[in-house]
Design a protein around this ligand. Structure first.
Ligand SMILES: *Cc1c(COP(=O)(O)O)cnc(C)c1O
Length: 421
């Protein structure tokens, strides 16, 4: 099936007379006929659901659908995108280990990696998103267990050269994890370019309607964890009756281990109701992504034409630094977010945003409705103008997240606001 079809049909095929739509299984637990049967399920947790702290039938449908959309073999939903990022690393790194990350990543991920994981004894080694293979390899240490990057970065809209990062990771014998939140599998499937693990904040385009925070981790099933660097995968797990993940679950050792160790112990799993809502978003994902891309391309061209911006960053613009990489990795559209630097700095940016009537001022992105965020006033408000510039955020920067409204209405809203600047 093609992705448009997978959005509607993957994960759930109703049997004769069963509900056409996957029902909400809002139950913490599952009943078995005997103690032996429960024992069997503990022996092989892929056989049945045990407890909603780490499996649920409604969420399972969503996991199968997302795995299928990404061309992976298995997936695990999490309660937020942050939890997906955290677990993707904790499944590979212990205290005393390190991993490499592109420094162009979402701010929340950056803080998690640089501050919180450091407190847990895991070191993140940052490299530039434009690093060569040699530069990435030279950052690898004997205790380095993974490489991490973001396909299309939030909010700076840089495009990761997935193949280059994957080649470097594989030369070092470690997997590449890619955060594919902004493109979604409709615009890019990182596994096809060599990524081993893909994660998402489903709070963005996948959910699509700004209803619910969530995340997901997808396992390509391709990485060879038996290369000697990952004893947690190849030696018996005493905390799970001696399971050897690469032997007992060779089809998807990464995701089974994440579920049976991390999700079991941390319990950051969505409810059945959450799975149902996410599935609803996924059903229309392909249709929505197409429209986001069309609207964003037109808006980006319009913004350039006004002459009111020092910079309009959108990788679908021919003049953009990442245009060529976007043509390679995002040939069918570059998603719906545009980075704008308003002429006149912070004051002008605030005036522009407050002058918008339809587009909403909110701490979100990838909403179904057009929304804007001014990092200097919101997520980075503690910084002075000098500090903002030092960390790559121009005080006049506005993140413009194009919605699905009629393009003429979005342009009219912007046009009216720009008259005052
Ligand atoms: C929002 C976001 C996250 C974090 O996800 P939450 O669902 O808000 O926890 C991670 N990565 C990217 C690229 C994001 O945009």
């Amino acid at each position: 099936m093609k992705n448009e079809t997978k959005c509607l049909h993957s994960g759930y095929t109703p049997e004769n007379g069963a509900p056409r739509v996957m029902p909400i299984y809002q139950s913490t637990t599952y009943r078995f006929n005997s103690t032996d049967e429960i024992g069997d399920v503990f022996n092989d947790p892929t056989k049945a659901h045990i407890y909603t702290r780490f499996t649920n039938p409604t969420v399972d449908v969503v996991e199968k659908k997302i795995a299928d959309l990404e061309n992976g073999v298995a997936a695990m939903c999490t309660s937020s995108g942050q939890m997906a990022s955290l677990m993707s690393i904790l499944n590979l790194c212990h205290a005393g280990d390190s991993f490499i990350s592109s420094s162009s990543i979402y701010g929340g991920t950056l803080n998690l990696f640089a501050v919180t994981l450091k407190k847990l004894g895991i070191e993140c080694i940052f490299v530039d998103v434009d690093s060569s293979q040699e530069e990435i390899l030279s950052a690898v240490k004997p205790n380095t267990k993974a490489v991490f990057g973001e396909t299309l970065t939030n909010p700076s809209l840089q495009v990761l050269d997935i193949e280059r990062f994957a080649n470097a990771a594989h030369k070092a014998g470690i997997p590449l994890i890619v955060d594919n939140t902004f493109p979604t599998p409709i615009l890019c499937r990182p596994i096809e370019h060599g990524a081993d693990i893909v994660i998402h904040s489903t709070s963005k385009y996948m959910d699509g309607h700004a209803l619910q925070v969530g995340g997901v981790i997808v396992d390509s099933g391709k990485f060879d964890f038996t290369n000697g660097k990952f004893p947690d995968f190849t030696e018996p797990d005493d905390s799970y009756h001696g399971t050897i993940y690469t032997k007992d679950y060779s089809f998807a050792p990464y995701i089974i281990k994440a579920r049976m160790q991390l999700m079991r112990d941390f319990g950051a799993y969505p409810s059945g109701n959450s799975g149902f809502l996410l599935n609803l978003g996924l059903e229309t994902l392909a249709v929505r992504m197409k429209r986001y891309c069309e609207n964003a391309q037109k808006m980006a061209e319009y913004f350039v034409s006004t002459g009111k911006f020092d910079e309009v960053r959108y990788p679908g613009l021919f003049s953009d630094k990442y245009y060529n990489l976007a043509q390679k990795y995002l040939p069918n559209g570059q998603s719906g977010v545009i980075s704008l630097t308003v002429k006149g700095g912070k004051k002008a940016a605030v005036k522009f945003m407050d002058g918008l009537k339809m587009a909403s001022n909110e701490v979100h992105v990838a909403d179904i409705r057009t929304c804007v965020l001014h990092p200097a006033s919101a997520t980075h408000r503690q910084l002075t103008d000098e500090q903002l510039i030092a960390c790559g955020i121009n005080p006049g920067l506005v993140r413009f997240s194009v919605g699905l409204e009629n393009i003429d209405d979005i342009i009219e809203d912007v046009e009216n606001s720009l008259k005052n600047i």
